[in-house]
Write a protein that binds this ligand. Sequence first.
Ligand code: GMT
Length: 377
Amino acid sequence: MNIGIVCYPTYGGSGVVATELGKGMALRGHKVHFITYRQPTRLNAYQQNVFYHEVGVKDYPLFEYAPYDTALASKLVDVVKHEKLDILHVHYAIPHAAVAYMAKQILKSQDIEIPVVTTLHGTDITLVGNHPAFAPVVEFSINNSDGVTAVSHSLKEDTLHSFKINKEIEVIHNFIDLSRFKKTNKDHFKKAIAPDGEKVLSHVSNFRKVKRVQDVIHVFNKVLQKIPSKLLMIGDGPERQSCELLCREHKICSHVRFLGKQDAIEELLAVSDLFVMPSESESFGLAALEAMACEVPVISSNTGGIPELNIHNQTGFLAKVGDVDTMADFAIKILQDADMHQTFRKRAFEQAEKFDLQQILPKYEAYYLSLMETVPK
Ligand code: GMT
């Protein structure tokens, strides 16, 4: 197949999923064309069958907001025609699903038919998508996609609840490359981070409000009162500074490392004993899956799609959003009991195996083929 992928090229989960999916498809022999305004973060090396088309937006003094949507639609028309794409897969509904609809109509007027798949990732439905500024366009473009997938059952339910949807939504969960995310021996590195054998807790996110990063600090502060430990805060974003201030207030700065955006997340997870994800809303929680693949149990909130991944009292523990006391109690319980910790590590890995990229790729492949059959040649 000749597959076109549209996504945000940044560190966000939707861009990571889109890029890893495309790379996986390319390894299976498909030609994959990424179409976006910047080289996606995880598309950082040459790979056979992978192509990248940059969308340039022409500037003009009249434009207060450069019309990216129009430039993307034009680029899609160009790439579909000249690379003879069989299918377009757009990740994150805003604005990609609407732009793909526009491109599809232009191509139709030139007797070119192409099926469009929209994958819903989370905030495109929950926090942002259902805002009146976007909702009518999101609803229309979901209903007018040839195929729609959601990354969890919870997100599918949220979509059906927030919009009038007349399309079947297929749930295809987020996935993980187990050849990259696995427990490796990084004892020397662990010694540098936790020289006196302290436990290592970690958190990875884009530090947006929805991640409730301050809760991570509150949980850690309580854990630290009982167990010698260190906290790795990985990623960056608007709430980082307030977290740093909170560490100063609690006088725990020497135990917390803010590492900023990191590429080799798996090396940091390899030295972690516990992962903390207290999000306000989370359609799936890819970062928790990455931790679990590295045998790190998860303390999380019980929101959105997280319970489809983190199984309470098996792979970690779940608590209500904002209930930092319970989260801290669970963290202390697991870190104080070596046998329990070991069992949870093993189960976290076994659960992660259910989301193996190699099992998810054929699902997307079959889905693409089923849609291609419905489109007139
Ligand atoms: O919240 C993020 O980290 C970014 C966001 C995105 O769309 O880029 O992530 C969403 O998509 C991920 C991949 O499908 C999911 O694993 C995340 O749970 C989801 N985030 C939210 O729902 C808040």
